[in-house]
Design a binder for this molecule. Sequence first.
Ligand code: 13P
Ligand code: SF4
Length: 358
Amino acid sequence: MHNLHNCSLTAKNRGDKSPSVVDIRTVPGPFIFSMCKGIANTAMNAKIQEQIIRLKEENNAVILAHNYQLPEVQDIADFTGDSLELAREGARVPQQLVVFCGVHFMAETCAIFSPDKTVLLPDETSGCPMADMATGESLAALKAQHPGAVVVCYVNSTAEVKAQSDVCCTSAHAVDIIRRIEPGRPIIFVPDKYLGGYVSQLTGREMIYWEGACPIHATLRPAHVEAARAAHPGAPIFVHPESPLTVSALADEVLSTGQMCTRARQSDASTIVIGTELGLLHRLRKENPDKTFVPLSDDLVCPNMKRNTLPKVLHALTTLTPVIRVEETLARQAAHAIQTMFADGVIRPRNADAQPAQ
Ligand code: 13P
Ligand code: SF4
């Protein structure tokens, strides 16, 4: 029988870097239990991961994962990235079957932009509460009040909202998109008021905002930044532009999750404070083992992003469900905003001839 008293816990098992050995008799019972459970989970995960990789090859599928996905899901993905990178990658990959580990709007954007591909979302219920804060109908009503305005939708939006929009943007290039809008045009920005406000500050373009925000990033406060500065003097603080403007104003850099990965790699700092969903820490630590990453707040967890568990990824590859389908006419209308985002040139409303710039 396995004798717990004969085993010693190395510090490495506990996740820290010192090489000391711990006397197991001094370790509290609940910790031993959770450690053993952890080992069992790791063995189970490895087994499921093996099956996923085999089925992925048999089905000639590709697995794309957002930077907030569970660590064990990120580890089996062919590509991990931010919304912009995933939208590009979904269209670029030769595979016809895409297992999209993210939230619903991401898989839907992939299905709209690559209508010839089959897109699976392992947990269909993984929505984005911010995306659901705007409906196509309510956006149409706002547009009617501002004829001639360019409608910019954050990619965190439904197909109905994209279908009502002139261009889409992600946090990685929202500033570039706003700079492409014809001068003199009013701009409606939907649904993230914080991203819109941040981009407005950088571009000097006024906007009509939607009253939407990410419930996770919206919990950040200037006090989090002040506490991190005091606890980690000299460490750069990165925050996501979905954060309140009072927080972005105090940060050293305001970046998409993909940009955070790039800047962390380039940075000479040994410690970096990260103001976004905690899932990104897995990738940052994996890619930069010599650096320390500290969360700006321990509460930054998006439960929807954690719904795509390994068993669900395996189930998706076994049953080839759930497929994300977008009705054809709606998909065609929504594709316009995504195609305009990836094109060059000045952005005007779709029916610009009828509504000249002011
Ligand atoms: P990124 O595009 O920066 O990965 O952000 C997506 C998102 O949902 C942030 O909450
Ligand atoms: Fe939506 Fe916020 Fe979750 Fe991103 S972190 S998917 S914006 S709820």
